[in-house]
Each structure stands twice: as structure tokens, then as C-alpha cells.
Ligand binder design. Structure first.
Ligand SMILES: *[C@@H]1O[C@H](CO)[C@@H](O)[C@H](O)[C@H]1NC(C)=O
Ligand SMILES: *[C@@H]1O[C@H](CO)[C@@H](O)[C@H](O)[C@H]1NC(C)=O
Ligand SMILES: *[C@@H]1O[C@H](CO)[C@@H](O)[C@H](O)[C@H]1NC(C)=O
Ligand SMILES: *[C@@H]1O[C@H](CO)[C@@H](O)[C@H](O)[C@H]1NC(C)=O
Length: 334
């Protein structure tokens, strides 16, 4: 089936909590796997290693938030914060009011596309509403941004400013002949939807309602919401997901191009990554890669997955047990 071919594992890598209030509340802070790829040759190695195994590597350049480190090499890229008329010396998200921002983003994305051959780029755009909705807003504090908003006719609607920014980045991406993926917030914030291509639905709640809405707007969907492997659910929870079980036309269903198993890093590091992933990611994979009609029984899936877990162990991968039982080969790590 067409929809199940774009199955991916997403490691969300952000440099830091760009909005300090996130680290205060902890609520929106997703935690990080800080993967510092300094050398282009390393990136090429990763891409080539993956390619030999039939895996595509897609970059995510999440902005306008989560960009603190970018600003260190790029003066004026980030928005200076103010108290009244005085700059505080700290900086917020990307500054959407300056033409230089878009020049930089063009150059950055052009370079990215020269390194990552894939036709898709993830542009992020998550947690954008935190910028608009809070009084700790950096954009709001900055008089130049407020002037720009008046000039653009945005009034005091920061969602419009956000929309303007993302739309520009999406347009740059299409000019580079790449297809953009954005998090669902970008869709929710009524950013000119016709310029969007693929929307990633990641929020808990009625995620199928969202899938329905996005496909109704004739945009493609990658579904991540039910497959957060950092959650303490057993394999059956991840297996028992029906991505197409929403009311919609055949056309709409075809727009669901795949799913993602995701992992946020608060409770996961190198010490427990493998058992968190396996074999629960395998359950997710079977759901996404196999005909639903052949895979609608948990009872039938169990021995299959159990066997697969044993094979993983034999290859030295610390896949956790599904239930009581044993394998011919046990993990001998100690
Ligand atoms: C935000 O700031 C405005 C004006 O300073 C104030 O009236 C309002 O109560 C503040 N809202 C919150 C949620 O703090
Ligand atoms: C993005 O591209 C669309 C289609 O070409 C255009 O209508 C829109 O004005 C562009 N948006 C921005 C912010 O430049
Ligand atoms: C994008 O594709 C068009 C049409 O094939 C081509 O003219 C243009 O040079 C391409 N742009 C880039 C940046 O590769
Ligand atoms: C799955 O089974 C249903 C009901 O028998 C059928 O309508 C549908 O076409 C089947 N789907 C596939 C992909 O075979």
C-alpha cells in the first residue's frame, strides 16, 4: 500500500531550549539528544551508511525557535530582546523582519540540499505558538518587530508574523526543488496552506481528527502521534494503531504517506536507547509496512515479533523482552 512506504524513525535533535520559559516549566521542553555533526564528511558517511541499508536520511532544520546555536555564527539572525526601549543583551527566535534572514536561510538550505540528496526537508515549526502566546515573547518585546508588523498589516497577531516567516522558508525550499515537511502547528496556525506539502501530525489527543483535517485540505500527512516510543507503553499499544481509520475519501487516505516512530530524549540516552527502541519499533514497522488485513491480530503478531526479538538478540542488539519466555540465544552483554 502506498501509505506505508515512508516509515521513519525520528530523532528530534534540538540545540537547546531557545525559549527560557520552557526550561522553567519543563512542560514544552522535549529534551535533547545532542548530536553534533561537525564535519560534512561525517554527514556524508551517515547518509551513505544508511543508503546501503535502504534508509533515507532527512535533515530537520527547525526554526524559528530552537535556533540558539545558529545565532552564534550569524549576527542579526536572532531577535534581540528588549525591556522597554533597552536591549537586554539576550536573543530570541529567528528575526523574521530582516531581509538578511531570508538570504541566510536561502544559503543555509541551499547548502543543506547539496549535502542531503533526499527530496524532502523537514522545516520544523513546532512550538511556534509559544512565541505568539506568551508575554515572555521575544518578538513582542522588540520595537523593530512591532514596527514591521504594522507595516505588513499584521497588527498584533504574532501568528501572522510566524506564518509570514514559515511561508518564506517553505517558498525557499520549493525554489530549491525540495518538498517541505512541517509540524502540525504550522497547519493549525492557518499559514497559507496551499504552499504547504507534508504535515507531520505529532500531538496526542484525537490525532486522526487532525489527519482528516489535513488530508481534507489536500495536504499529505506523516503520522507520528501514536508512536512515541519514549512513552512507557507495551508493544501492543504501538501495534494497535489504525492510521487510516478516519472518515474520509479514498483520495484522502492516499495522502497519508507514512508514519514515524519518535523518541524524545528526557528519559533516554545511550544506556537505554536500544531496549526502548526494540522490539517496539518493530511492532510499529509491521503496522506501517504491512497490509492491515494481514496484521489485525495481536495474537498472531506476538510469536512473530517474539521471534524477531530473538534474532535481534543474536545480532547483539539489546531488544527488551515482550513477555515471559526465552530465546535460543540470549544477550551476553555483561
Ligand atoms: C500580558 O501582558 C498584558 C499587558 O502587559 C497583561 O494585561 C496580561 O495580563 C498579560 N498576560 C499574561 C498571561 O500574563
Ligand atoms: C510564497 O509563494 C507563494 C506562491 O508562489 C506566493 O503566493 C506567496 O506570496 C509567497 N509567500 C511569501 C511570504 O513570499
Ligand atoms: C529547480 O528545477 C527547475 C526546473 O527543473 C530548474 O530550472 C532549477 O534550476 C532548479 N533549481 C535548483 C536550485 O536546483
Ligand atoms: C481489507 O479487507 C477489506 C474488507 O474485507 C477490504 O474491503 C479491503 O479492500 C482489504 N484491503 C486490502 C488492502 O486488501
Amino acid at each position: 500500500m502506498a501509505y506505508n512506504k515512508f516509515n521513519v524513525f525520528h530523532w528530534h535533535i534540538v540545540d537547546d531550549p531557545s525559549f527560557p520559559f520552557q526550561s522553567l516549566t519543563g512542560k514544552y521542553w522535549k529534551g535533547t539528544f545532542i548530536l553534533t555533526i561537525l564535519l560534512l564528511s561525517d554527514v556524508r558517511k551517515v547518509i551513505s551508511y544508511a543508503r546501503m541499508r535502504g534508509i533515507r536520511v532527512l535533515p530537520e532544520f527547525d526554526s524559528p525557535g530552537h535556533t540558539k546555536s545558529w545565532g552564534q555564527g550569524q549576527p542579526d539572525l536572532l531577535t534581540p530582546c528588549y525591556t522597554g526601549n533597552t536591549p537586554t543583551g539576550s536573543v530570541g527566535p529567528v528575526n523574521p523582519a530582516l531581509p538578511s534572514t531570508y538570504k541566510f536561510m536561502w544559503a543555509l538550505l541551499k547548502e543543506v540540499t547539496s549535502v542531503f540528496p533526499d527530496s524532502y526537508i523537514h522545516l520544523g515549526g513546532d512550538e511556534a505558538n509559544k512565541i505568539s502566546d506568551t508575554n515572555q515573547s521575544f518578538w513582542k518585546s522588540n520595537p523593530d518587530i512591532r514596527t514591521f508588523m504594522q507595516k505588513m498589516g499584521f497588527g498584533t497577531d504574532f501568528a501572522k508574523l510566524e506564518g509570514f516567516y514559515i511561508e518564506n522558508i517553505v517558498n525557499i525550499t520549493s525554489a530549491l526543488n525540495k518538498t517541505s515537511i512541517v509540524w502540525q502547528e504550522v497547519f493549525d496556525n492557518h499559514i497559507q496552506r496551499s504552499s504547504l506539502s507534508v504535515v507531520e501530525v505529532w500531538k496526542a489527543g484525537c490525532y486522526l481528527c487532525k489527519v482528516r483535517k489535513v488530508t481534507k485540505a489536500r495536504l499529505r500527512v506523516i503520522l507520528a502521534a501514536p508512536w512515541y516510543l519514549d512513552q512507557p507503553h507495551n508493544w501492543a499499544h504501538y501495534y494497535n494503531v489504525w492510521p487510516l481509520a478516519f472518515k474520509g475519501t479514498e483520495e484522502q487516505k492516499k495522502l497519508v504517506i507514512g508514519g514515524e516512530a519518535c523518541m524524545w530524549g528526557e528519559y533516554v540516552d545511550a544506556s537505554n536507547l536500544a531496549p526502548r527502541l526494540w522490539p517496539r519499533a518493530s511492532a510499529t514497522a509491521e503496522r506501517l509496512w504491512s497490509d492491515e488485513n494481514q496484521t489485525n491480530s495481536l495474537d498472531k503478531a506476538f510469536p512473530r515479533l517474539n521471534e524477531f526479538r530473538c534474532r535481534l538478540l543474536r545480532r547483539g542488539i539489546q531488544a527488551e523482552p515482550l513477555s515471559v519466555g526465552h530465546c535460543k540465544y540470549e544477550y551476553e552483554g555483561i
